[in-house]
Design a protein around this ligand. Structure first.
Ligand SMILES: [Zn+2]
Length: 264
């Protein structure tokens, strides 16, 4: 069979275009997921599940306070469900910082997340990371007793690899060690609502993500968000709480869950 040079050229061009398209789609998918680590470190939940009787759900809300904090607090109060808020102090949070005392007064835990939440800055070096935490503590101190705050959650999780781009491949390992030296406890999650992805899932999808993630786990540390963009999380929250209650989970803060672990 004789194949013309033109046909070969056309096939090559088509193949290149196809490869390019696949590459673009794969890149898109990667970018959507890069903010949070694919495999968080769930050792706190695993250790807790090994020693605790019964089932526990720690709902955690990252990146607040926001315009949705009041609604989240109202729902949690209705269900008498303590939760944990890993807060930030970005300009977008500023109008809602007065929610912080209400979070604490509601029996919830406030944990540290980041002041700026800008990966390129906080993960540039370990020094930059702790300066950002210092800044966060300073901001929070006008609203709550920061001496009572002992837990933190690393933006993107303790195993995120985005940080490597800015601070090298050892940065998370170094930060984890330093956090422990400074007397902080830190925690990732083992259930993810995936409520802050660029896919903007609706309440039904968030509930489904939580149910699927919780499958077979006696201790669930559930990652959700408290931001202006995650209004659907508020919509999903009553059903998430109903579902965990139906499955006979007890709600507690991360700190409470950890304290129970130490009692046993
Ligand atoms: Zn975050």
């Amino acid at each position: 069979m004789r194949v013309s040079g033109k046909a070969v050229l056309c096939s090559l061009v088509a193949l290149l275009l196809l490869c390019g398209l696949v590459g673009i789609l794969a890149g898109q998918r990667f970018r959507n997921r890069q903010e949070e680590t694919a495999i968080p470190d769930d050792r706190v939940a695993v250790e807790a599940a090994a020693v605790l009787e019964g089932k526990y759900a720690c709902l955690t809300f990252d990146d607040g306070p926001s315009e949705n904090t009041a609604a989240i607090l109202e729902i949690l109060a209705r269900y008498q469900a303590p939760a944990t808020f890993f807060v930030t102090a970005q300009p977008i949070n500023e109008p809602y910082l007065d929610q912080l005392p209400l979070i604490a007064a509601g029996g919830h835990q406030i944990g540290l997340h980041s002041a700026s939440h800008r990966y390129a800055e906080i993960y540039r070096s370990t020094t930059d990371f702790w300066l950002d935490i210092k800044q966060l503590r300073q901001t929070l101190s006008a609203y709550v007793d920061v001496e009572q705050i002992h837990w933190l959650r690393f933006p993107g999780g303790s195993t995120n690899t985005v940080s490597h781009r800015y601070g090298g491949s050892d940065i998370m390992k170094d930060l984890v060690a330093q956090a422990e030296e400074k007397g902080y406890h830190w925690i990732d999650w083992n259930v993810c609502g995936e409520d802050a992805t660029s896919a903007h899932p609706d309440a039904a999808a968030i509930l489904r993500n939580v149910k699927e993630g919780a499958e077979g786990r006696d201790v669930c540390v559930v990652l959700l968000h408290d931001t202006a963009a995650t209004r659907q999380t508020v919509q999903a929250l009553p059903e998430i709480l109903d579902w965990f209650a139906d499955q006979e989970y007890e709600f507690c803060t991360v700190e409470q869950m950890y304290a129970l672990t130490k009692e046993n």
